[in-house]
Design a protein. Sequence first.
Length: 175
Amino acid sequence: MVSLFILVASFILLRGVGLLGVKRLSSWREAGRGALVIMFLFTGTSHFTNMKYDFAAMIPDPLPDGLWVIYLTGVFEIAGAIGLLIPQTRKLAGICLVLLLAAMFSANVNAALNDIPLGGQDPTPLWLRTPVQLLYIGMLWWTSVKSPAKEDRRLRDREPVFEQEQTPPRQSASS
């Protein structure tokens, strides 16, 4: 559950930085998105370490196996993390990461049911892994797919609104 620790720790750290005055992280939503970026960069790069063999062992039989699948999902996670940072691609990246998490959940189920270790540790039990996976999906939806609430927009913009002075209409020279 290292990914959960990274998500929570970075979420708290980034929100703290926002409270110290960094405007970009001044909302829970922005801090949450930043935490997801950090988490997906970490988990995506882990697909290119010795962990790749453990990930490959988790793939259930009907799905294609081989390290190419692990490399591809790692690239998807890294690309999704980068996509979350770009406003024009944020929504698409969030949807793609949600779909990726849903697709990869079968590997977590397989690992739990068949006692496949990950990093030398016992697999995470499904009673714990399932709500954690739902947390990741929910945070992705909230921070990148769902339209921001009015309060989020107001906090993000935080620019004073000045009412424009109304000038009387000009009278034409013929009057």
